[in-house]
Design a protein. Structure first.
Length: 108
């Protein structure tokens, strides 16, 4: 009985099974029917004016530095000694920033 089964399997192995053309066409038609439809390609939105200017200057970190420098420059320009006198009521002639300048040359 074992020999009969071995002979049957050997005979089946020698004859390769080739699918018919009709079977292949049906399988391909079923596969194509089940595939999803391709999505329509959408173009990427064009960046706005601020994004283009930001890219021109080097990006957001550079713009943050420029903005900080601009605000500091405006504040420094606005707070000139005459404006500082007006705001504090003091005179800059009386202010001594380094009462003793020789501390830079002395030790310890």
């Amino acid at each position: 009985m074992q020999d009969d089964l071995d002979d049957l399997l050997a005979t089946a192995a020698r004859r390769p099974v080739v699918p018919t053309e009709a079977l292949m066409n049906r399988v391909l038609a079923d596969g194509l029917a089940l595939q999803p439809a391709a999505a329509a390609l959408k173009s990427a939105p064009r960046p706005g004016l601020f994004a283009r200017l930001s890219g021109l200057f080097g990006g957001p970190p550079v713009l943050a530095g420029l903005g900080t420098a601009a605000v500091f420059g405006l504040a420094l320009g606005y707070l000139s000694p005459t404006t500082l006198n007006y705001l504090t009521g003091a005179s800059t002639d009386m202010a001594e920033f380094f009462p003793e300048a020789d501390f830079l040359t002395t030790e310890g």
